[in-house]
Design a protein around this ligand. Structure first.
Ligand code: SF4
Length: 364
């Protein structure tokens, strides 16, 4: 969603609604870094491993070295808050039909040329209006809005990892689940901590080539693939989204390579969503993804043997929004955009043939 809708969307509690008067309450010591000589530090949160001098910040702009100690400047510094359907994340095999209370802070550790939320992801925390929303207040607000989960989303949750960890713990105490919507640029140690705290991690896999990651994302593919493999190995629920950008990452070979990698490294039952690109930010010269391109991507991945391949960001009601049982081919979750039209699952099994459909089920 666009930032202009964020803060108007929910009434934050009184304590949280006051604009920040000081940085102090948003500032806590970072949990993943190493001290170096001469008051330098090395950040160990994401694969960039920024080495930062005293009084300097890392690439993401939200972490600062102060006298040899590294700090996050975005703890509970929420610049976006909104209840969203879980289908919008998209997570299709996770509490279908439920709402996720969605929050973000400023900052990101990559710079995608197509970013839809560049006005919060590509700025420093001081450049965007924010509210103080500590973990327990976030959990209370999530319940107040009758959401079943907290979603860390819109910008890049990796760069506000300390807040995610604490808010997910507070959410769990309040009976809430947590989901992370991330590009997956994260080191293994913080990722393992996240997997222990949250219930699902959706990864935006931007392409299946290092060239695209270098030229369009300013990141790397390899650490994202490693992150996906780890999430899967640790048993945290995951779904993969691939934004198809015309002419840049839409070849048959790339789709086939992606499908084969998922099959061999993650398994056939990981949901894969092909999402439609809309011209935005630094890629305004390209057209939206034609529907036949998305359908071609799905057909290739279906043929390679993936069980749950979806198409998203298209006119509601496309058949590729539905979940089909891979055994009997009947529709077990029928969707139209973010709406669940019908659910034919009993205890996570297909109502027609009893085949188990993977995911975290429980509500329509
Ligand atoms: S999280 Fe930020 S400071 Fe740390 S390595 Fe990544 S970009 Fe650099």
């Amino acid at each position: 969603m666009k930032r202009r809708g964020f803060l108007q969307a929910v009434a934050l509690p009184c304590a949280a609604a006051c604009a920040a008067s000081s940085d102090a309450r948003f500032t806590i010591e970072a949990r993943f870094y190493e001290k170096l000589p001469y008051k330098k530090i090395k950040c160990k949160l994401c694969p960039r491993e920024c080495v930062i001098d005293d009084r300097e910040r890392g690439y993401c702009g939200v972490r600062e070295n102060r006298g040899g100690t590294y700090y996050s400047l975005v703890y509970a510094r929420v610049c976006a808050a909104h209840p969203d359907p879980i289908e919008k994340k998209p997570l299709f095999h996770f509490l279908p039909g439920s709402m996720a209370f969605s929050v973000a802070t400023a900052g990101c550790n990559v710079n995608c040329k197509f970013c839809q939320n560049w006005d919060i992801s590509q700025v420093r925390p001081e450049q965007v209006a924010s509210n103080f929303l500590p973990p327990k207040d976030l959990a209370a607000l999530t319940r107040q809005y009758q959401c079943l989960s907290i979603a860390y989303t819109y910008s890049e949750p990796v760069v506000f990892c300390e807040y995610v960890l604490d808010a997910a713990a507070a959410g769990r105490e309040a009976g809430l689940k947590s989901v992370v919507i991330s590009g997956g640029h994260i080191q293994q140690e913080p990722l393992k901590k996240l997997c222990g705290r949250v219930d699902a991690i959706k990864i935006d896999l931007k392409a299946f080539s290092e060239k695209y990651y270098k030229e369009v994302v300013n990141g790397e593919l390899k650490p994202v693939l490693n992150a996906l493999a780890t999430i899967r190995k640790l048993g945290t629920w995951t779904e993969v989204v691939y934004l198809v950008v015309p002419t840049l990452n839409d070849s048959d070979e790339e789709f086939r390579g992606l499908a084969r990698w998922i099959l061999s490294e993650l398994g056939r039952d990981v949901p894969l969503h092909f999402s439609r690109f809309h011209p935005e930010y630094l890629l305004k010269d390209l057209p939206p993804t034609p529907l036949p391109t998305l359908e071609r991507a799905k057909a290739i991945c279906d043929a390679e043997g993936l069980d749950y391949v979806y198409i998203g960001n298209v006119a509601p009601g496309h058949p590729a929004e539905n979940t089909r049982c891979p055994k009997c081919r009947r529709v077990v979750v029928e969707r139209a955009g973010f709406t669940i039209r019908a659910l034919a699952l009993d205890g996570g099994k297909c109502r027609f043939c009893q085949h188990a459909i993977p995911g975290i089920w429980g509500r329509i």
